[in-house]
Design a protein around this ligand. Structure first.
Ligand SMILES: Cc1ncc(C[n+]2csc(CCOP(=O)(O)OP(=O)(O)O)c2C)c(N)n1
Ligand SMILES: [Mg+2]
Length: 629
């Protein structure tokens, strides 16, 4: 509808309210509700003049319709004037529901929240970034999502038409090609020049974002298109959202792979970013059982139950070293499974058998760009199958069964006792090493994980953050138990990704627990406020080693290499003097918190109090002073 068609009375009424709203206090909307204004507090100024300029139906309303049509439920964002109209439309026109605006304190937090959310929810979140500066802040988190093959729908505000830009800051924040700075690590981008173009680009972009290998996509919401009134709305239409079915690997190649695996003496399955749902886990269990082959879950996703006798994730090196045929499923670093380069001497060492036969089912491997090196070292494989691993598994299992003679089946079944013993020994070893230093202060990471397990073991749980001990100690069978890692190891991911996952888990009765490194939280601790404000229940258990501990170790290594004093390794790497009081940091943002706790015997009771808060639907933080790693 254009200006001309707007009813004059509604127009004037709207003008009075709008002018008043500019000068009065706005009642802040609670999450999920639209903001309301109290127009009686002040006189409206110049209603008649404003009325001439009212935009009754801004383009951003249509943009909201488009976003709604994708099913995106949340838009995480730090506000910025390049999308002020879209933000206002989300709240007032869209009712702040589906999508709901999530207030973030850093664009990196917006994207990392979307990253964690997508893995827990199985669908992308939108984020809104403010022109140059917003996208610059978002960049590292986008890179993490790219490396982790996770979809994020990135919307960026920008005024492309220089003739319409306000002088000063608006110029600094506008950019000729907004997506350029993210183009090396996003799957697709567009800068729509009309509202119809915007509708088509969002529907077009959603498809590659959510088709494996899933990746972030950037679409500009031009500021002028947002703010100008819609012309000729009848001509606009929102195309249907269509999704692509991920491809299965070629059936001939799958049959050949099955024969290699059935004939192998020591097959191994190495799984990384394969499962997308419980169905993915089920399919991998079926394949592993058909082959009676050990599975190493690298943990990019929750792929395989830790309780299953074929799980050998804690025995990765030994299991891979003896394999004669390896089936890789969407593995991010194939070369690194069979080879290594030592630290600090950079010397090559082979880990796998020289003649191990390698099969890789992957789509991600073919999605490479030139500059960023997330493709990892080149690894020639014996059989590369282009296909989506989860979709290919049922065909692979069928082919394995078809290739297994009765005699072979009996021979494979004969391995079971040994495989069960191996699994038992692996679990025992993990328990033994976890019990070392059980009572020491500062607390060990293993003790932290064990205490956490005690309070959540009867719940539906999802573990984020530092998951190493949880993965080897906790019985995990459900897809929602683990969300994997950051992808690109860009620090600052853990806390916001945990909050994003917790948001997705909130409605499913799943308790999200985050073993949270201190250095990571300090990148953008405002995500605690976001969790409190939006009532996102999460239990953040601080792994507070008062250091960038990994970097302490690097500095120690270098000092040893250079044969120099080691005590200086703390300079620039420890976070002491003063110690950060994480409980106060959390409390100041409205998050229930306790700590610091140094005595391991006090953690259990404190965690029970924290879980009670989380069960009420709110975030809680427990600060525990911990050992290095
Ligand atoms: C953005 C970014 N900057 C720097 C690094 C280098 N880095 C790797 S680990 C690490 C320490 C992180 O500290 P913390 O989160 O407390 O974990 P800790 O090592 O103490 O367990 C740093 C700074 C990085 N990976 N990403
Ligand atoms: Mg630390």
């Amino acid at each position: 509808m254009s200006n001309k068609h707007i009813d004059r009375r509604a127009f004037l009424k709207g003008a009075a309210v709008t002018a008043a709203a500019a000068a009065i206090t706005t009642r802040i909307a609670a999450p999920g509700e639209a903001a309301q204004t109290n127009a009686t507090e002040t006189e409206a100024k110049e209603p008649a003049r404003m009325s001439e300029r009212i935009i009754g139906r801004p383009g951003s309303d249509f943009m909201v319709d488009v976003i709604k049509a994708t099913g995106i439920e949340y838009i995480a964002s730090n506000p910025g004037s390049s999308f002020r109209s879209l933000q206002e439309s989300i709240v007032n026109y869209g009712g702040n529901k589906k999508p709901e605006f999530l207030t973030c304190m850093h664009e990196e937090s917006s994207v990392a929240m979307a990253h964690g959310y997508a893995k827990a929810a199985g669908k992308p979140m939108g984020i809104l970034a403010h022109g140059t500066v917003g996208l610059q802040h978002a960049a590292m988190a986008v890179y993490n999502a790219w490396c982790d093959r996770v979809p994020v729908m990135i919307f960026a505000g920008n005024f492309l038409d220089a003739d319409k830009r306000r002088p000063g800051v608006e110029w600094y924040h506008c950019v000729q090609d907004p997506a350029a700075m993210l183009r090396d690590f996003t799957k697709w981008d567009d800068q729509p020049a009309s509202l119809q173009h915007f509708a088509e680009s969002v529907m077009r972009g959603y498809k590659p974002a959510t088709t494996p290998p899933m990746e972030p996509v950037v679409i500009t919401a031009d500021g002028y298109l947002q703010e100008a009134s819609i012309q000729n709305e009848k001509k606009l239409h929102i195309p249907k959202l269509t999704r692509s079915i991920p491809p299965q690997g070629d059936s001939g190649a799958v049959a050949e792979a099955a024969k290699m695996l059935v004939a192998a003496e020591r097959p191994v399955i190495i799984a990384d970013r394969i499962a997308r749902s419980q169905e993915g886990i089920k399919r991998l269990v079926e394949l592993a059982e058909a082959l009676n082959a050990p599975v190493v879950d690298l943990g990019g996703r929750m792929n395989f139950p830790t309780t299953h006798y074929l799980c050998r994730s804690g025995d990765r090196r030994a299991t891979v070293a003896e394999a004669d045929v390896a089936l890789l499923l969407e593995v991010g670093d194939p070369w690194g499974q069979f080879n290594t380069v030592s630290d600090p001497h950079h010397e090559y060492r082979r880990l796998g058998k020289p003649d191990v036969k390698v099969i890789h089912i992957s789509l991600g491997e073919t999605l490479t760009k030139s500059n960023y090196q997330d493709m990892q070292r080149f690894m020639p494989v014996d059989l590369a199958i282009f296909g989506d691993a989860q979709s290919t598994l049922p065909g692979m299992t069928e082919a394995v069964k078809a290739a297994t003679s009765l005699a072979r089946r009996a021979a494979l079944a004969g391995h079971t006792d040994k495989l069960r013993n191996d699994h038992r020994r692996m679990a025992e070893r993990a328990r033994n090493s976890a019990s070392q230093g059980w009572d020491v202060t500062p607390v060990t990471t293993a003790r932290l994980a064990a205490e956490m397990w005690n309070v959540i073991k009867r719940e539906k749980w999802c573990a984020t953050g530092r998951q190493d001990w949880a993965r080897s100690l906790w019985p995990a069978t459900e897809y929602y138990n683990f969300i994997g890692g950051s992808g690109g190891a860009g620090v600052g991911y853990t806390a916001p990704a945990a909050v994003g996952a917790a948001l997705a888990n909130r409605d499913n009765g799943i308790i999200t627990v985050d073993i949270q490194p201190d250095g990571d939280l300090m990148y953008a601790p405002g995500v605690l406020w976001t969790a409190a404000h939006h009532k996102i229940p999460i239990l953040m258990l601080m792994h507070n080693n008062r250091a960038y501990h990994q970097e302490v170790m690097h500095l120690q290594k270098m000092a040893a290499l250079h044969n120099r004093r080691m005590d200086t390794a703390a300079i620039g790497t420890v976070i002491e003097k003063p110690n950060i009081d994480f409980a106060k940091l959390a409390q100041s943002q409205g998050v229930w918190a306790e700590g610091p706790i140094s005595d391991p015997s006090k953690i259990g009771a404190a965690l029970s109090r924290a879980v009670a808060v989380v069960k009420k639907g709110e975030p809680a933080l427990m600060d525990v002073v911990c050992q290095g790693r």
